[in-house]
Design a protein around this ligand. Structure first.
Ligand SMILES: [Zn+2]
Length: 484
C-alpha cells in the first residue's frame, strides 16, 4: 500500500459521490490502521476488534451483553465475553455498550431503476441510470444495508465496480433482466410498439434496450433470456408470473408464462445451481410456480390460506414490500387516481397478510421494492422498516427478515454467490462475513435505531444520515464511522 494509491482512492471516491458529503472509507481517512489497497483500488480488510458491545446475532430474540468481537480479514473469527488480545496494528473500537448486529439485507430492490417509469422510457439512457445507481448504492450502504438482492435491472457493472472498490455500495446479488411474456408485467412497450401480429415490425422499450427487462415467449426464447442473464453473472433469475400494478397491459388477475415455459426456466436455472424468484400475486400462478420449483415469491399479497400452507410446507421464501398494503399508499404521487378506491378494498381483505404469514410459519424476507426516483425509494425504504413493525407486530421477526432469513435466501445462489468466501450473511457468529453495523439503542425494542420512520411521502426527500447508526462495516472494511 502506498500513500499515492490511497490518495487516488480518496479522490475517486469523492468524485463519485457528488450528491452527498464525500464518504471515504474511514480506515483510509483515519490513516494508521489503513487497509491495503491494490492497483485496482480494491480496499483490503485488516484486523478489527469491537470491545464492549451488545450483540444482536440475527437469530435470537435477545441482546448478548458485554461481548468482544474479532474480525480478521473479511470474516468474524472470535466472539467472547473474555478479553481478546490482538497485535499492535489491529484497529480497536470501544463499542461503549452499543448494539453490534448483522449488516442489513434488502431482499428485493431495483438499484438501476432510479427514476419514474415515464422518465426511464423517454428521457434517460444507460449512463444516466448508472451514475444515479452509484449514488443509490452508496446510500444503501450508508443506511446499513450491506447486501441488496437486485430483482431486475442491469446491475452487473455496478456489482463489479463495487466489488473492485471503484464505487462504494453493498454486496449485490443481480438478476439481470426480469423475464416477461408479451403483455406480461415486464412488457413496458408503448401501445403501438408491439404491433398487431407476431410477425409485424415492433419496437423494444427502453426497459429492453437497457437490460432491465426481457420480453420472451415460448421455450426457446425464455431459455435464451435465462441463459443470457446467467452468462452475464446473474446470481438468481427473476420472472414475471402474473399481473401487477405498475404496468399497462397485464391485469392483476392474470397468470403469466405457461407451465412449460416456467418449468423450462426453472430447470435451466437449476442446471446453473441457483434458483428462480417470481413476481406473483394470485393463487393460480403461485401453485404453478411451486409445481415447477420456484423458490422465492415476490409480493404474493393475494394468496389464500391453502396456498399459504403449501408455501410454508415447501419452504418457499416470500418477499413482500409491505408498504403495498399500508394506509399511506394513497399518498403515493405515482398512484393513479382511479386505483385509489382499490386500496381500501385490498386493506380490508388483506390487511392481516403479515400476521397470517407468521401464523403459518412462512419464511419472510425484507423488501423495499420501490421503483421511482431514488429520493422516493429511500423514503419508502425507511418507511418500510417502520411499517413492517406494525404489519408483523413483532420487531424481532422484522429484524430476522432483514438479517438471518434474508441471508438464507442469498445462500440459495450456491456457487453463483460471488461473496461466499467471506462467510454466511445476516448473522453475527464465528465464520460469518464481517458485514456489521453498530447502532445506538436496541432495535428489538425500537426499529427507528436502524432508520425506521413513520413518515413516507411527507418525509424530507433530502438524504439524511441515520443518527443512531455509527459504524457500517462490509467484508471487514469500515465505510462509515461516526462513533464519537
Ligand atoms: Zn420489484
Amino acid at each position: 500500500m502506498t500513500l499515492k494509491n490511497l490518495t487516488k482512492v480518496a479522490a475517486f471516491v469523492s468524485a463519485a459521490c457528488l450528491s452527498t458529503a464525500a464518504i471515504v472509507p474511514t480506515a483510509i481517512a483515519a490513516g494508521g490502521s489503513a487497509p491495503a489497497v491494490d492497483q485496482n483500488f480494491k480496499v483490503e480488510a485488516s484486523t478489527t476488534l469491537f470491545k464492549n458491545v451488545n450483540v444482536f446475532n440475527g437469530t435470537d430474540n435477545k441482546l448478548y451483553k458485554g461481548l468482544n468481537v474479532l474480525v480478521e480479514g473479511t470474516t468474524i473469527t472470535k466472539i467472547s465475553d473474555d478479553d481478546i488480545t490482538v497485535n499492535g496494528d489491529a484497529r480497536i473500537i470501544d463499542g461503549q455498550g452499543k448494539t453490534l448486529m448483522p449488516g442489513l439485507i434488502d431482499g428485493h430492490a431495483h438499484i438501476m431503476i432510479n427514476n419514474n417509469f415515464g422518465n426511464v422510457e423517454s428521457d434517460m439512457d444507460l449512463t444516466d441510470m448508472s451514475y444515479r445507481a452509484s449514488i443509490v448504492a452508496e446510500r444503501f450502504l450508508m443506511d446499513g444495508f450491506t447486501t441488496v438482492r437486485d430483482m431486475g435491472g442491469p446491475a452487473f457493472g455496478l456489482m463489479r465496480n463495487i466489488n473492485s472498490g471503484h464505487i462504494i455500495g453493498p454486496k449485490i446479488f443481480p438478476s439481470g433482466t426480469f423475464i416477461s411474456q408479451t403483455s406480461g408485467h415486464g412488457d413496458f412497450r408503448d401501445r403501438g410498439d408491439a404491433g398487431f401480429s407476431p410477425t409485424s415490425a415492433h419496437d423494444a422499450s427502453n426497459f429492453e434496450h437497457f437490460g432491465i427487462g426481457a420480453v420472451a415467449d415460448g421455450q426457446a426464447e425464455v431459455l435464451k433470456a435465462t441463459r443470457t442473464n446467467l452468462r452475464n453473472g446473474a446470481t438468481q433469475i427473476k420472472i414475471m408470473a402474473g399481473g401487477g400494478g405498475s404496468s399497462k397491459y397485464d391485469p392483476i388477475d392474470t397468470v403469466q408464462f405457461s407451465k412449460e415455459e416456467t418449468c423450462a426456466i426453472v430447470e435451466t436455472t437449476k442446471d446453473w445451481n441457483t434458483y428462480v424468484g417470481a413476481h406473483v400475486f394470485n393463487d393460480r400462478a403461485m401453485n404453478r410456480l411451486m409445481d415447477c420449483g420456484v423458490k422465492s415469491f415476490e409480493h404474493g399479497f393475494f394468496m389464500n390460506e391453502e396456498t399459504m400452507k403449501r408455501i410454508s410446507k415447501e419452504g418457499v421464501y416470500v418477499v413482500p414490500q409491505m408498504w403495498g398494503l399500508s394506509p399511506d399508499l394513497a399518498k403515493n404521487p405515482l398512484m393513479p387516481k382511479d386505483k385509489l378506491p382499490l386500496i381500501k378494498v385490498l386493506r380490508e381483505k388483506y390487511g392481516n397478510y403479515g400476521k397470517q404469514l407468521l401464523a403459518n410459519n412462512v419464511k419472510v424476507v425484507f423488501a423495499s421494492d420501490y421503483v421511482g426516483t431514488f429520493a422516493d425509494a429511500e423514503r419508502a425504504r425507511r418507511y418500510e422498516i417502520w411499517w413492517r413493525g406494525e404489519a408483523f407486530g413483532d420487531n424481532f421477526e422484522v429484524l430476522k427478515q432483514m438479517t438471518s432469513t434474508a441471508g438464507e435466501l442469498m445462500a440459495l445462489s450456491g456457487p453463483r454467490n460471488p461473496y461466499a468466501a467471506s462467510g454466511k450473511l445476516g448473522v453475527v457468529e464465528v465464520g460469518a462475513a464481517a458485514d456489521l453495523i453498530l447502532v445506538d439503542g436496541n432495535p428489538l425494542k425500537d426499529l427507528s435505531v436502524i432508520g425506521g420512520n413513520d413518515k413516507w411521502f411527507d418525509a424530507d426527500p433530502e438524504y439524511k444520515k441515520i443518527d443512531t447508526l455509527h459504524i457500517v462495516m462490509k467484508d471487514g472494511v469500515i465505510y462509515r464511522d461516526e462513533l464519537k
